[in-house]
Design a protein around this ligand. Structure first.
Ligand SMILES: Nc1ncnc2c1ncn2[C@@H]1O[C@H](COP(=O)(O)OP(=O)(O)OP(=O)(O)O)[C@@H](O)[C@H]1O
Ligand SMILES: [Mg+2]
Length: 148
């Protein structure tokens, strides 16, 4: 477990860059935190650091946005806040093998329909900044966390 204080949005970006630099070949990240806690900011910084250059939309209504990565795999950014029931995930046709990185906001809305996290990140508003708690949930997650 790692505890960080992110004093401003630039610090959230920097955490995303550190995570991207050390990411394992396949990783599922669950992003917890209230509205405005900084989940999308962190996801966007990770995607940018992985070379995504175009617009990075919040998947608020589409539930998922897919980004091709340089190695031929994809990164998927999900925001499940507005999902009706976990069965809707099936309709997205998400094939876990195609994505090397899952960044999932509001994972608690999907229940067991979602692949389990390697890394769980809990963000919270803390004064003018944010607090971040990073928890490894798998061996790959442990290695990842130790490397950043
Ligand atoms: N460490 C930080 N300190 C201060 N502000 C921050 C920090 N990180 C992100 N922010 C700001 O918080 C605001 C909300 O961030 P963001 O959209 O990422 O939240 P979210 O958790 O994705 O919310 P939602 O659940 O609505 O999708 C943005 O204006 C962003 O710049
Ligand atoms: Mg968001």
């Amino acid at each position: 477990m790692m505890h960080l204080h992110l004093q401003d949005a630039a610090a959230t970006d920097a955490l995303g860059q550190r995570l991207a630099a050390q990411r394992p070949a396949h990783a599922v990240v669950h992003l917890y935190g209230d509205l405005g806690a900084g989940k999308s900011t962190l996801a966007r910084a990770l995607l940018r650091a992985l070379g995504v250059t175009g617009t990075i939309r919040s998947p608020t209504y589409t539930l998922v946005e897919r980004y091709p990565l340089a190695d031929g795999s994809e990164a998927w950014h999900l925001d499940l806040y507005r999902i009706g029931d976990p069965g809707e995930l099936d309709f997205l046709g998400l094939d876990e093998g195609a994505a090397s990185l899952w960044l999932v906001e509001w994972p608690q809305r999907a229940g067991a329909a979602l692949p389990p996290a390697d890394l769980r990140i809990d963000l919270a508003i803390d004064g003018h900044g944010r607090s971040a708690q990073l928890s490894a949930c798998s061996q790959a997650g442990k290695v990842w966390l130790a490397a950043i």
